[in-house]
Design a binder for this molecule. Structure first.
Ligand SMILES: [Cu+2]
Length: 167
């Protein structure tokens, strides 16, 4: 009887440990750097990025996986030097992805500049995960911000805490 009880307790402990391990693997925390395969994953809830800081190497292939958990689309721009109109940010002067060749899955998740939008747009459909594969050139080394300027739902803004460091 005692043996059975301790077995049940032991099983319980094992199940909890397994759940914690799975949580850590599936849901972070992540240090925001690519793993050995060059893969780095980000979760977006509302306009909060987890992890909030990404550190990407220049000159090496990176696979960026973005999981948009919102019921709405995001149109992200990664850049710096905000352009303001009437006191509000409407874009970036410098675009992290300018001229960078990217393989996006699905392809429509990557929107090149248009006559009205100077920067590349990362188009994140609602409730979906998109993947980008690219190699950043050495001249992108530095710190970049994340903004959402196109369309409704985000009220045109730059995330105060999220940043992408290229080193
Ligand atoms: Cu948005």
């Amino acid at each position: 009887m005692e043996l059975t009880k301790s077995r049940i307790v032991g099983l319980g402990v094992f199940v909890v440990a397994l759940a914690v391990a799975l949580f850590l693997v599936v849901d972070g925390p992540s240090d925001g750097r690519p793993d050995a395969d060059g893969v780095v994953a980000v979760v977006v809830e509302g306009f909060v990025f987890s992890p909030a800081q990404l550190t990407l190497p220049a000159g090496q292939p990176v696979t960026l996986v973005i999981d948009n958990r919102n019921e709405f689309i995001h149109h992200l721009t990664v850049g710096r030097s905000a352009v303001e109109e009437d006191g509000r940010a409407v874009g970036f002067e410098e675009d992290l992805f300018a001229g960078v060749s990217v393989v996006a899955d699905p392809p429509r998740a990557w929107l090149p500049p248009t006559p009205t939008v100077d920067t590349v747009t990362l188009n994140l459909p609602a409730r979906s995960t998109v993947t980008y594969r690219f190699t950043l050139p050495e001249d992108r080394v530095g710190t970049w911000q994340i903004g959402c300027f196109v369309g409704r739902g985000c009220e045109t803004r730059i995330s105060p805490e999220a940043e992408v460091r290229v080193e």
